[in-house]
Design a protein around this ligand. Structure first.
Ligand code: TRP
Length: 435
């Protein structure tokens, strides 16, 4: 069965809070149990440098976020879990992509425009204080996704535009150099909670209203006691609508407990008592993870070892892809290039067979393999999504003719094509990928 590859990153520039956990990490961990899915979760530490130039903080946050994932139950067997800066193929790919990305595309990025708008409002020069890193951020993010040919990228609403840009960038590259990249899609979880923070606004580092996920018990209780409530006295009925406390409770309680709390509000529960219940409810879920977290924080070498193992798995995929890309853009050994003046035959083969991907009038997605002279060697049947076409191509590229039996249903029989020609073409592609 073809697997769907999910990929998502967290930028290590702060301490994980309950909002990160309920809104992103918990659903992402649940998703690792879905059959037919491969998961890539990573620490986007190159991204951290864009917003945070405090080395100790980047370093500390990387450990905290990695330890948090593991403490919350991320199984490194199920997830390719790695640190972005351990994958040198990512910045290299970033450059390739930079060179096919219109500057105008980046001018339109929301994050960049918002920074400019702020400057305008303050009467400053448009680009005041804006680094080229912030401007280039969507390209780095595209490289994060494309280096693993991820199909789906779970993100918050604010990131949808970046995924669209990654698609645009991938298409430009494919158009110029052949079908190397799958076009990724954003997945926005509508149902997960955006938690309210201590002041009732969305829980966010930028509002300074967060509850750290692994605050020690006593601090957790203290923070919960500072959650804003209205001034209704014990015995007075209370509104669940707009109550930060209720919303937090709901994110951690069972549906029955939530219903009981709804009733307790109507019956006039005292705020103090409701806060105590909230504390117990959160602590029940967090306490076992907190113990694991504290252990990992005390043993960073354990976390480092997990990340190194993840980087090896990730690079096993990234290194061969990047080798193909280098060759595709024309960065290859001069010995291969000597073809121009070389008459000995074999090396004279500059043009390679290629895969083409397209959508036909029937609305379905197709691919074909043609040899260097444009002769058709393989022709797919109509497939429901471009991802499926991409996956078939990826299998043929990595396994050559060994992939053919499994792809019978996706390939049309062709008259007059020699098996040997198909074999030779696929082998040429694999050889090119190696060099
Ligand atoms: N930009 C994302 C954020 O700030 C983090 C991130 C970096 C990411 N690279 C990514 C998310 C690739 C998904 C895919 O939330």
């Amino acid at each position: 069965m073809a697997t769907t590859r999910f990929l998502t990153g967290i930028t290590p520039s702060g301490t994980p809070h309950l909002g990160n956990y309920a809104g992103m990490m918990r659903p992402a961990l649940a998703a690792t149990h879905t059959p037919g899915v491969e998961n890539f979760y990573f620490l986007a530490d190159y991204h951290a440098l864009i917003k945070c130039q405090d080395p100790a903080r980047v370093h500390r946050s990387t450990l905290e976020i990695a330890a948090t994932w593991l403490a919350c139950g991320l199984d490194p067997e199920r997830v390719v879990f790695y640190r972005q800066s351990d994958i040198p193929e990512i910045p290299e790919l970033t450059w390739f992509l930079t060179c096919v990305t219109g500057k105008g595309l980046l001018n339109r990025a929301h994050a960049y425009k918002a920074a400019q708008d702020k400057n305008h409002e303050a009467g400053r020069d448009s680009d005041d204080g804006i680094s080229a890193g912030l401007f280039m951020y969507p390209v780095l993010m595209a490289a994060d996704i494309l280096i693993f040919n991820a199909h789906k990228v779970p993100v918050g609403r604010d990131q949808i535009q970046h995924i669209e840009m990654a698609r645009d960038i991938a298409s430009s590259f494919n158009h110029l150099y052949g079908e190397h990249f799958t076009l990724p899609e954003a997945v926005v979880e509508e149902s997960v909670a955006t938690l309210a923070g201590l002041d009732g606004r969305k829980m966010s580092k930028s509002y300074d209203n967060t509850i750290p996920l692994f605050a020690p018990r006593a601090q957790l209780q203290k923070l919960i006691n500072t959650i804003v409530t209205d001034s209704r006295a014990p015995g007075e009925p209370k509104e669940v609508e707009g109550s930060a406390l209720f919303q937090l409770y709901q994110a951690f309680a069972t549906p029955e407990e939530t219903e009981a709390m709804r009733q307790a509000y109507a019956d006039g529960i005292a705020w103090g008592e409701a806060k105590q219940k909230l504390f117990e409810c959160i602590d029940r879920e967090i306490a076992p993870m907190r113990a694991r977290y504290e252990d990992l924080m005390a043993h960073p070498e354990k976390v480092e070892a997990v990340l190194q193992a993840g980087a090896r798995r990730a690079r096993a995929l990234a290194t061969p892809l990047l080798a193909r890309l280098r060759s595709a853009v024309g960065l290859r050994s001069l010995v291969d290039q000597a073809s121009a003046g070389n008459t000995s035959g074999k090396a004279a083969r500059v043009a390679l067979p290629s895969f083409k991907q397209y959508r036909d009038r029937d609305g379905l997605f197709y691919f074909k393999l043609v040899d260097a002279q444009g002769r058709l060697l393989l022709q797919s049947t109509g497939l429901p999504s471009p991802q499926q076409a991409g996956q078939c191509i990826a299998q043929l590229r990595s396994q050559g003719t060994q992939a053919l039996p499994a792809l019978q249903a996706q390939l049309q029989p062709l008259e007059g094509v020699e098996q040997a020609d198909i074999q030779q073409a696929l082998q040429q592609l694999m050889d090119a990928a190696q060099s």
